[in-house]
Design a protein around this ligand. Structure first.
Ligand SMILES: C[S@@+](CC[C@H](N)C(=O)[O-])C[C@H]1O[C@@H](n2cnc3c(N)ncnc32)[C@H](O)[C@@H]1O
Ligand SMILES: Nc1nc2[nH]cc(C(=O)O)c2c(=O)[nH]1
Ligand code: SF4
Ligand SMILES: [Mg+2]
Length: 248
């Protein structure tokens, strides 16, 4: 083979795959094509402003837990959580990168398709995001807004009911204590009762107090929780009733 042909063949084998991966955005973002990085940056900015959010799932069901148990509600489950509860029942939600990023207009439009006007924002940990824009739009469309949160990130949004479920795995942010309408502590271990009492001291006096058995330990702890509530009547019991009904 001529020298120039050898050069061309080698050049083609080395350059083309690099070019292809570069244009398809498979290469690390730092060396991605400028157009693709720009789109990614715009999505990140939109998420940072709370106008687009990673959505794991949304479904119309019956609220299974807490104060609003039994109420039909539309659940918006945002992707992403950095708390890491060992017994979490939605571990698939933790990696925000797994879920499509949707505009808040789209999320609310989908909610409007159902007859109920109670919405529950959950996750994942929904307070990882600025929930101001989403809740403003939901309110504008006539929804009552509830949130399920560990309180591990700064409070944001306009909520009619805040269900605060603190976790030992990541300390709550101080901003949650004044906002919590309901303190819902999951009981997985005997020591969770004293954790519950510590948090009951920190929430406002009108905050409703509930103990909820961790699902896999419910057989062991439900009788203990019943005794505890009977002896400490400021506490009520919350069960994951949707799991008994076998609904989402
Ligand atoms: C899946 S979390 C999502 C919202 C938020 N990250 C939080 O933890 O509050 C929704 C509710 O389910 C509770 N939960 C999660 N896993 C549970 C389990 N295995 N048993 C009982 N409750 C559980 C949480 O404590 C929280 O009150
Ligand atoms: N039906 C039903 N009620 C719920 N209450 C809190 C839930 C949650 O995962 O945040 C939940 C849920 O996943 N389903
Ligand atoms: S904070 Fe909520 S979503 Fe996150 S791990 Fe704990 S229970 Fe699961
Ligand atoms: Mg759930």
């Amino acid at each position: 083979m001529e020298n120039s042909n050898v050069f061309l063949t080698v050049f083609q084998f080395v350059t083309f795959p690099i070019l292809k991966y570069y244009l398809c955005g498979i290469i690390h973002p730092a060396v991605q094509s400028p157009a693709l990085s720009k789109i990614q940056m715009n999505i990140d900015e939109a998420v940072a402003h709370g106008v687009q959010l990673p959505l794991m799932e949304a479904f119309y069901t019956i609220q299974g837990e807490g104060k609003f148990t039994g109420h039909p509600a539309y659940f918006i489950r945002l992707g992403g959580c950095d708390v890491g509860c060992v017994w979490c029942d939605v571990k698939e939600s933790w990696d925000s990168g797994k879920w499509p990023v949707l505009s808040i207009e789209r999320i609310v439009e989908d909610a409007l398709a159902y007859p109920g006007r109670l919405v529950v924002i959950t996750g994942g940990e929904p307070l990882m995001y600025d929930l101001g824009p989403l809740t403003a739009l939901l309110k504008e469309k006539g929804f009552t807004t509830n949130i399920e949160t560990s309180g591990a990130h700064p409070y944001s949004g306009d909520f009619d009911w805040v269900c605060f479920s603190p976790k030992k795995f990541k300390k709550p942010h101080p901003s949650i204590y004044a906002e919590a309408d309901e303190l819902k502590v999951v009981i997985f271990h005997q020591s969770d009762f004293s954790f519950a009492e510590e948090h009951a001291e920190l929430v406002k006096s009108t905050c409703e107090l509930r103990l909820q058995p961790e699902w896999s330990k419910a057989e062991k702890f439900t009788p203990v929780i019943i005794d505890y509530a009977k002896n400490h009547p400021k506490w009520k019991i919350s069960l994951q009733t949707h799991k008994f009904m076998d609904i989402p």
